[in-house]
Design a protein around this ligand. Structure first.
Ligand SMILES: Nc1ncnc2c1ncn2[C@@H]1O[C@H](COP(=O)(O)OP(=O)(O)OP(=O)(O)O)[C@@H](O)[C@H]1O
Length: 583
């Protein structure tokens, strides 16, 4: 009792602290993982094994809880032993011992046979091979996950999905139990002692009746002591079982704690370097030299070369445009220049250093990059832009000014101002609102219609029918992403950035916005090295110091716009084609 009381008093605060510690620890452990490491299925499994919560409680807390449970179970066990000793041995009743033995055998058999199922199968795996079940669950997820909703609605999938789900559910029938249910069923089926355990439990009564019939005058033990013996014996057996089970459980819990530490120790595939960069920030004022020497690269777990034998050299402050067909490897060049991956063959030199020797933090600080498949985070627009300069994010009024400036220069100011919460609009609502059980629009018993609107406006929660997120167009989202990169290049004369990498920065922009963007970026020429990947010819390529024209075999033509036109190769052919389209 005391133990339980003490445990309850400390449970809530201790649990909260452990959870916070655990959440921070595992957040950090995840945050530090690089792209190829995070993509590994073994790492994903490790991460889910060490997930913060098991049924809402921390693993660490559960371990402590189990330890106290074992102590209290041991105390109970001691109490049962004392009672049994008093009734059976101290009173000198031989029949009592027989009764206790019979009761114990029945109970022990029940508990031990339950455990034996798991003993026989200590290493076990549970999976489902039922395709219909998988399909059913797959549809359920599709319809539940808000991330799929856009395509779901736009694709008019409601009718089709409903009939597919229904078909699959009918085929699965009653077999759609969850794991706990199946475990219980398997336990019952594989445990033939279930049939015998009830008669075994009745043995003491049978013995008592027979003895009473044999010696009606001298009933060996009173009915009261029979109950006492049975009760104490039952508790004794149960406690022994519980102790064994919980001791095993502690082992299992400790295993989970160990897994968290394993996550902390996962080695990144992309190893950090040791050389600081740059030695002198003045070095970056005119941009950074970049050279690829015979670089070949395959994405993890793929057989196909994404890049084969790529060589080029960019001098500080030069503007390079990579053009070519889909899948030629343009984005991959940018990913290798930022060391999201390392090449399988060849070398990359960054500012004259082999890129792998440089400290990763320094390298990434020296580059500002906008990927084609950029993501906007479930944060406010302001935070999304401010993140472009993590060193300054949230750094007061100066940062707020720069965020506004970046938004204006990227052409985002106009549409952001029209949003209900402006810069503070969330792009994705990170928290689900919870409502009480009373359904909106129904009548209360006083006849009033239930409405959550007053509560919503008091709490600043968006009105019904709105999702609480800003629905932005592709071009608008791209402008926000561009604004983010402007935080460290256009807006701030940042000496720490010497290279800008842009992967299709204008894909969703209209021609006027694209023109503005390129004008702005061209102004940085000479002070930053810039690499663009693009499908478009002309606007940027005409101004490039180096154009790399690629197909899936590698770089097939390189030079300036004029040089490539004179060569009359593929670049010249495609440029003429695109130019004619605008005539
Ligand atoms: N994450 C990835 N995993 C496996 N293969 C990939 C991955 N990303 C790209 N690839 C493959 O690498 C090759 C080069 O792709 P990359 O994205 O660099 O081409 P790209 O020239 O930028 O194409 P696009 O013009 O369509 O953007 C392609 O064959 C592509 O299928």
């Amino acid at each position: 009792m005391l133990l339980m009381h003490a445990r309850r008093r400390v449970e809530t605060p201790l649990n909260a602290r452990i959870r916070r510690w655990y959440a921070l620890h595992s957040f950090g452990a995840r945050a530090r993982l690089d792209l190829p490491t995070y993509g590994q299925s073994a790492v994903q499994r490790q991460l889910s094994d060490a997930s913060d919560n098991i049924w809402g409680q921390t693993v660490v807390w559960q371990t402590l809880e189990l330890a106290t449970d074992i102590v209290s179970a041991a105390a109970q066990l001691l109490a049962s032993v004392v009672v049994l000793f008093q009734v059976l041995v101290a009173s000198g009743q031989g029949d009592g011992l027989v009764l206790a033995g019979l009761t114990l055998s029945g109970e022990m058999y029940y508990w031990l046979s339950r455990m034996s199922v798991f003993h026989r199968t200590r290493v076990w795996l549970a999976t489902t091979l039922n395709q219909e079940y998988l399909k059913m669950r797959g549809w359920q997820r599709t319809v539940r996950d808000i991330g799929h909703r856009k395509e779901f609605v736009a694709g008019g999938l409601a009718g089709y999905a409903t009939s597919e789900f229904k078909k699959a559910a009918e085929k699965v029938g009653d077999m759609d139990g969850d794991w706990m249910e199946l475990e219980e069923q398997a336990l019952y089926r594989s445990n033939h002692w279930n049939i015998l355990s009830e008669p075994l439990k009745q043995l003491p009564q049978i013995y008592f009746t027979l003895r009473a019939a044999q010696y009606p005058a001298g009933i060996p033990v009173t009915l009261a002591s029979l109950n006492l013996v049975q009760d104490a014996t039952y508790r004794f057996a149960y406690t022994v079982y519980e102790i064994i089970r919980r001791a095993k459980s502690v082992g299992h819990q400790l295993e989970s704690v160990k897994k968290l530490y394993e996550v902390v120790n996962i080695q990144n595939v992309v190893k950090d370097g040791t050389v600081p960069f740059p030695e002198d920030t003045a070095q970056l004022r005119s941009g950074i030299e970049l050279e690829f020497r015979n670089v070949s690269f395959k994405y993890p777990d793929t057989e196909k070369w994404a890049l084969r034998n790529i060589s080029f050299k960019l001098l500080p402050g030069q503007l390079c445009v990579i053009v070519g067909a889909n899948g030629a490897g343009k984005s991959t060049i940018l990913k290798l220049a930022t060391r999201l991956y390392d090449p399988d063959e060849g070398e990359i030199f960054f500012g004259g250093h082999e890129i792998r020797t440089l400290k990763l933090d320094d390298l990434r600080r020296a580059i500002s990059v906008l990927f084609q498949d950029y993501t906007l985070f479930p944060l406010s627009i302001r935070d999304n832009i401010a993140l472009g300069d993590p060193t300054q994010a949230g750094a007061g009024a100066d940062s707020a000014d720069r965020v506004e400036q970046a938004a204006r220069l990227a052409g985002a100011e106009g549409f952001v101002a029209k949003l209900p919460d402006g810069m503070d609009t969330y792009l994705q609502r990170p928290v689900d609102d919870e409502y009480s059980g009373t359904v909106e629009g129904t009548k209360t018993f006083r006849g009033r219609t239930v409405s959550y609107d007053p509560l919503r406006s008091a709490a600043g929660v968006p009105k019904a029918g709105r999702t609480g997120t800003a629905a932005l167009s592709g071009g608008q989202m791209q402008r926000l992403a561009v604004a983010r990169t402007f935080m460290r290049s256009v807006v701030k004369e940042d000496d720490t950035v010497g290279m800008l990498l842009f992967d299709e920065p204008s894909a969703s922009l209209d021609p006027a916005a694209e023109h503005d963007l390129f004008d702005r970026l061209r102004a940085l020429r000479g002070s930053k090295t810039m690499v663009f990947s693009s499908h478009r010819f002309g606007n940027l390529t005409r101004h490039a110091d180096l154009i790399l024209y690629m197909d899936e075999t590698g770089i097939v033509e390189s030079g300036t716009h004029d040089e490539l036109l004179r060569q009359k190769g593929e670049y010249a052919r495609l440029w003429t084609l695109q130019a004619q389209a605008f005539l």
